[in-house]
Design a protein around this ligand. Structure first.
Ligand code: DSN
Length: 464
């Protein structure tokens, strides 16, 4: 039985979401109710290793399920286009001020619907179509919105990349170690003269040197944008350097290591604009979000984000962030001990990029599928200079934010590494396809389920 079949079937593991008992939903729409309950069960019975996913608390989920979702409120606190926004204003003010105090920022905009709109707003605030952006090469670990050619950012703006791809002549990353090479990035910036440099990515397992990026940006007269979507929680927890003192603009999603609802936010300095000293950056950012890019904000999401920021300000969250990194290092070490090849050799943060093809002669995609059937949820991913195509690349990306949220520590990282080994051993090549030994996978799945239903490891927001 697959993970999804098991979740949809009448399970003997009665998980319920603590955010709601779903009784109204069941009465009105039994089909969506059934899928919801199945998803609760699925999330509780898998080991979530996707580094960009996490579990929100019940309090965050409850804030999302509030009548704030009914309200239109184009504009900003104190300046709306609809009546009836006094309480929405109070929520957004709280959310903005919590964001500023958590990150030490001058200004926060908490309205972006997600990370891509947050980045788009940064472009609109800082650039004009045709201007130049320098960002991390997507297959080397960057993000679509950092100037990739099929994305608006690569279509509207001239772009150059740092990373490593020999055939495409992309440099800025050490071919042997996979570490960013800041001297090469500076050289690319000197030649390209970007208006904006993006520092940040989705699959770089090492520390971002924001001070160095700032020096490069200053030398070439560019704005620096730090996209901290992946590492936001680590920055708050003090386990990754903080970009706020260096970057002009900081963009982020809200649902990764920080454990909030799905959304986005932008932080910025209160500085004058290069193209108009009479204009200030916070006003430009706000204008770029509304009215340039978005209409009404999602007020229930903003309420939930405010709750997430309150949770993230507590000591427990700092402890959590430290354990995320400790777990990632333990998992990387356990994989290294088993002879897996990891891009950069290990990790400084929450994620690990595994070169599955070199390690076990299996592409990332069939391996991720076999892992999932064994109850381990990860995603296939390109590695720097990947000889394979993006839809069937060499790598696998894993991370520890979600498993740390359910209380896994170093001993459980050993178990995960051992399961990863056994899943690889259960995969064989047959012609062009990769098959897996169903009996071996089912046996691993049994062990994974046992761990996931152990009362020591509850999923936030879901109770047995
Ligand atoms: N989709 C996100 C990730 O998985 O890293 C990036 O936006």
């Amino acid at each position: 039985m697959t993970v999804v079949e098991a979740a949809l079937s009448d399970s003997d593991v009665p998980f319920v979401s603590t955010a709601s008992n779903f009784e109204k939903l069941r009465a009105v729409d039994p089909e969506i109710y059934d899928l919801t309950v199945a998803e609760v069960r699925r999330q509780a019975t898998i080991v979530r290793l996707i580094p960009s996913e996490n579990y929100t608390s019940a309090a965050v989920m409850q804030a999302m399920a509030t009548p704030f979702c009914n309200k239109y409120s184009e504009g900003y606190p104190g300046k709306r286009y609809y009546e009836g926004n006094e309480l929405v204003d109070a929520v957004e003010e709280l959310c903005r001020s919590r964001a500023c105090s958590l990150f030490g920022a001058d200004h926060a905009n908490v309205q972006p619907h997600s990370g891509s709109p947050a980045n788009m707003a940064a472009y609109y605030a800082l650039m004009k179509p045709g201007d130049k952006v320098l960002g991390m090469h997507l297959p080397s670990g960057g993000h679509l919105t950092h100037g990739w050619n099929v994305n608006f950012s690569g279509m509207l703006f001239e772009h150059a990349y740092y990373g490593y791809n020999e055939a495409q002549g992309v440099t800025g990353m050490d071919p042997e170690t996979g570490m960013l090479n800041y001297d090469e990035i500076a050289e690319i910036a000197r030649k390209f003269r970007p208006n904006v440099i993006f520092a940040g990515g989705t699959a770089y397992p090492r520390v971002w040197d924001f001070a160095r990026f700032k020096a490069i940006a200053e030398e070439v007269g560019a704005y620096l944008v730090a996209d901290i979507a992946h590492i936001n929680g680590l920055i708050i927890g003090g386990v990754h350097p903080d970009p706020v003192p260096f970057a002009d603009v900081v963009t982020s999603t809200t649902h990764k290591a920080i454990r909030g609802p799905r959304g986005g936010f932008i932080l910025c300095k209160d500085r004058e604009m290069k193209d108009n000293p009479d204009e200030r950056l916070p006003a430009r950012i706000d204008k770029a979000v509304f009215p340039t890019l978005q209409g009404g904000p999602h007020n229930n999401t903003i309420a939930a984000l405010a709750v997430c920021f309150a949770e993230a300000a507590r000591q427990e969250f700092r402890d959590y962030a430290h354990q995320v990194v400790a777990n990632a290092k333990a998992l990387a070490q356990a994989l290294n001990n088993r002879g897996w090849k990891l891009v950069t050799g290990g990790t400084d943060n929450h994620l690990i990029l595994v070169d599955v093809m070199t390690s076990r002669k299996i592409p990332g995609k069939p391996y991720a599928r076999a892992l999932y059937e064994a109850g381990l949820e990860a995603n296939f991913n390109s590695i720097p200079n990947d000889p394979r195509k993006p839809f069937s690349p060499s790598g696998l990306r894993i991370g520890t934010p979600a498993v740390t949220s359910r209380g896994f520590k170093e001993p459980e990282m050993e178990m995960i590494a051992s399961w990863m080994d056994r899943v690889a051993a259960a995969c064989t090549k047959s012609g062009k396809d990769y098959l897996f030994d169903e009996k071996a996978i089912a046996s691993i799945k049994g062990e994974v389920t046992e761990l996931c239903t152990d009362s020591r490891f509850p999923v936030p927001g879901i109770d047995i």
